[in-house]
Write a protein that binds this ligand. Structure first.
Ligand code: SF4
Length: 698
């Protein structure tokens, strides 16, 4: 009998790529633990990562390339060879480019995210401006809001040196479990924690001040904090005078947001708003931790986040020790691979509707409206989608996208599982998990580490980047840059190339399981703005965004971080839909729709849980555990009522992605932030009615 080996690798089930120790016996993954002896880990692991063996050996894994044999969408496939699959992909993509032009092919990178640079390179060389990712509904809108103010890359809070940490709509205990240890250490150090969250989460429970706002009112809250900070002269006058553009207009605008007025809008008591403002501005240095999605999953999300991010500059916490700091560089994993190629005169999808998305250097097209572009053939026909990990349940009204995908001339999806999103595909390619491949990773602060292959790929599954490379070779494309050689030379050369700017070699990194600090990093610096202007049109932090104002006439964008309440919606009869609907708030055991197939995780919640405050439940005549129907202006689903006092009365929470009733079907496909194109997942409207029998269905 062979010994159990412990192999250092990574989990990328939900995105952050946590370092883990994989226990492997006779070539099989037995179990997984959080890696020990690494800076970010404590040996702990989240529920999703702990269920890794059910992920890797799931009965729904795709083991071979599968070609459609039935009608589109019928879900009938037969096994083919990799050789045939590559030829089929290359032939169809080349044919569609010949017949309709390169822009008619969309290259989409979903989950996991690690292969994005290679996929972008393929799209570039093919000639399509339409490289898109799942960031069309996640994170990029937050980045856009940041860049509209500061111009450059996002600055994270300097957790080691901060005295106050304001966490804005993030619950690190559930979203980034390895961080929980660091969070506890900060508490012991006496760091004051302000948590802004519509729900009383574990993080909120541990905070010194919890600002429990009504979802989507973040902008009003931030502007009110600014009003207090300015009125009480707590702002950093020197920084503002020198480095902020549009301060006087901003000062005038925020005057109306007194804490008493903001209390009426946000539901947060005026006294708490004052206390939080005084703590953040007065007990510095202060860091702001923010999240990818909750704030920007509102139709006023970008402006709300602009109001939040402005607080950093207002209080002089930008790029100082203990504030929000720029990162040491260069440590981009992408270098040449990840550079977007602009196609002059070639309109990318989303460009007309969301021009700021493109101006503020998001390296991709905006594809929230992909279903419309395919179905209506506007702005031009989309004929092919080459996707990796496409999940239609990340879009509003996902069934509409599903039916649109069925209209494509050619649709290929590389996936781990036989997902519903692949049902209308012509070809499904089996991808492997992070346990079945090697990978170079870049951690916080320029630390590099190598992730080993813990087990051989399951079935004939392959590494996504190797799939991209082979499609590139079969199409006989020529890159005419040094990347060409890399794409030709294979995955090992790719890893070397990615590592090159760091000054490390693959060989030395492989020999150091604890990871290594990059050699070519710029030493960490503070106050970088003293030496170079901000990368904005004015060269300053733009409280009044000149980029947004470019589209004042055409799109109605405003330069200041103005607050428009999403509840002022003439298109929806609030008597008919009196409750606010919030979909997709994080759950520790779920990640979009992927993990419903894992027994340990799905059995925690077998039907869509409609989380209601007991006050709302009683007002609607609904008891805890009743079967209910949730109806929005865009659809309806069935679920089970679950009394929950974490949120405020008036708001219903439902996690999305469940095939038995996907809450995202309730969100209108056109209910989008006009600046970013992000759907208003966390601030729509509904009513809940009792239906059928009482009790759990399973
Ligand atoms: S948070 Fe959990 S599921 Fe996500 S990558 Fe880390 S260990 Fe895996």
């Amino acid at each position: 009998m062979s010994e159990t080996k412990i192999i250092k690798t990574t989990c990328s089930t939900c995105g952050p790529c946590c370092e883990v120790d994989a226990y492997v016996k006779d070539g099989r993954l037995i179990s997984v633990e959080g890696a020990r002896n690494t800076p970010m880990q404590s040996g702990g692991l989240c529920a999703k990562g702990a269920a890794a063996a059910q992920y890797v050996y799931n009965k729904e894994r795709i083991l071979y390339p599968m070609k459609r044999v039935g009608e589109k969408g019928e879900g009938k496939f037969e096994r083919i060879s990799w050789d045939e699959a590559y030829e089929m992909t290359a032939d169809n993509l080349l044919r569609i480019r010949r017949e309709y032009g390169a822009r008619s092919s969309v290259f989409y990178a979903g989950y996991s995210k690690w292969y994005r640079p290679a996929m972008l390179r393929l799209a570039n060389v093919y000639g399509s401006p339409n490289f898109c990712t799942e960031s069309s509904t996640c994170f990029q809108a937050a980045a856009l809001a940041w860049r509209s103010l500061y111009g450059n890359g996002i600055c994270r809070p300097d957790l080691k040196n901060t005295n106050t940490l304001m966490i804005w709509s993030s619950n690190p205990y559930h979203t980034n479990t390895p961080m929980s240890k660091m969070f506890q250490e900060m508490k012991r150090r006496g760091v004051r924690i302000i948590d802004v969250d519509p729900r009383r989460t574990v993080t909120a429970h541990d905070a010194d001040i919890h600002l429990q706002l009504i979802p989507g009112t973040d902008g009003a809250l931030a502007l009110s904090m600014a009003q207090v900070i300015i009125e009480e002269n707590l702002y950093d006058k020197e920084f503002v005078d020198k480095y902020v553009y549009g301060f006087e207009e901003y000062r005038e605008y925020v005057q109306q947001f007194t804490p008493e007025k903001a209390e009426k809008i946000t539901g947060v008591p005026a006294g708490k708003i004052r206390l939080a403002a005084r703590t953040y501005a007065g007990n510095g240095p202060a860091g702001l931790m923010f999240s990818a999605s909750p704030v920007v999953h509102h139709i006023n999300g970008v402006q709300n986040y602009r109001a939040v991010f402005a607080l950093i500059a207002l209080t002089g916490n930008y790029d100082i020790e203990g504030g929000n700091r720029t990162q040491p560089g260069p440590f981009s994993p992408a270098n040449e691979f990840g550079k977007v190629r602009r196609f002059d005169g070639e309109e990318a999808i989303g460009q007309k509707e969301f021009p700021v998305w493109f101006d503020l250097s998001c390296d991709e097209a905006q594809c929230t409206m992909l279903a419309d572009y395919i179905a209506k053939e506007k702005p031009y026909p989309i004929k092919a989608v080459f996707a990796m990990g496409l999940n239609h349940r990340m879009w509003p009204q996902p069934e509409y996208l599903q039916s649109s995908l069925g209209k494509l001339d050619f649709y290929v999806n590389a996936e781990l599982f036989m997902s519903e999103s692949s049902k209308s595909a012509d070809l499904i390619l089996p991808a492997c998990t992070s346990y079945e491949r090697e990978q170079v990773h870049i951690g916080m602060g320029g630390r590099f580490f190598f992730s080993n292959r813990a087990i051989e790929p399951v079935g004939e599954s392959r590494n996504d980047i190797e799939i991209v490379m082979e499609v590139y070779r079969r199409m006989k494309l020529k890159d005419h840059t040094m990347c060409d050689e890399v794409l030709e030379s294979g995955y090992e050369a790719y890893m070397e190339h990615i590592l090159e700017p760091s000054g490390l070699t693959l060989e030395e990194l492989k020999s150091r399981p604890e990871g290594m600090q990059g050699k070519n990093l710029f030493p960490p610096a503070v106050k970088t703005y003293e030496n170079e202007p901000f990368c904005t049109p004015s060269g300053k932090v733009e409280f009044r965004s000149l980029v947004l104002e470019r589209y004042k006439d055409s799109h109605g964008y405003e330069g200041l971080p103005v607050y428009h309440d999403f509840r002022d919606n003439d298109a929806v009869d609030r008597k008919e839909f009196p409750l606010i609907l919030n979909t997709g708030s994080r759950k520790p055991q779920l990640f979009h729709s992927r993990l419903y197939r894992m027994p340990w995780l799905k059995n925690i919640e077998t039907v869509p849980m409609v989380e209601m405050h007991p006050e709302d439940g009683k007002a609607c005549g609904i008891a805890d555990g009743d079967s209910v129907r949730v109806i929005s202006p865009s659809g309806e689903i069935e679920g089970t009522a679950f009394y929950n006092v974490q949120g405020k009365p008036g708001v219903v929470y439902i996690y999305h992605g469940c095939a038995k009733g996907d809450a995202n079907e309730l969100i209108g496909k056109d209910y989008l932030d006009p600046i970013s194109g992000f759907p208003g997942f966390k601030g729509y409207f509904c009513r809940v009615e009792k239906s059928g029998e009482t009790g759990d269905e399973e």
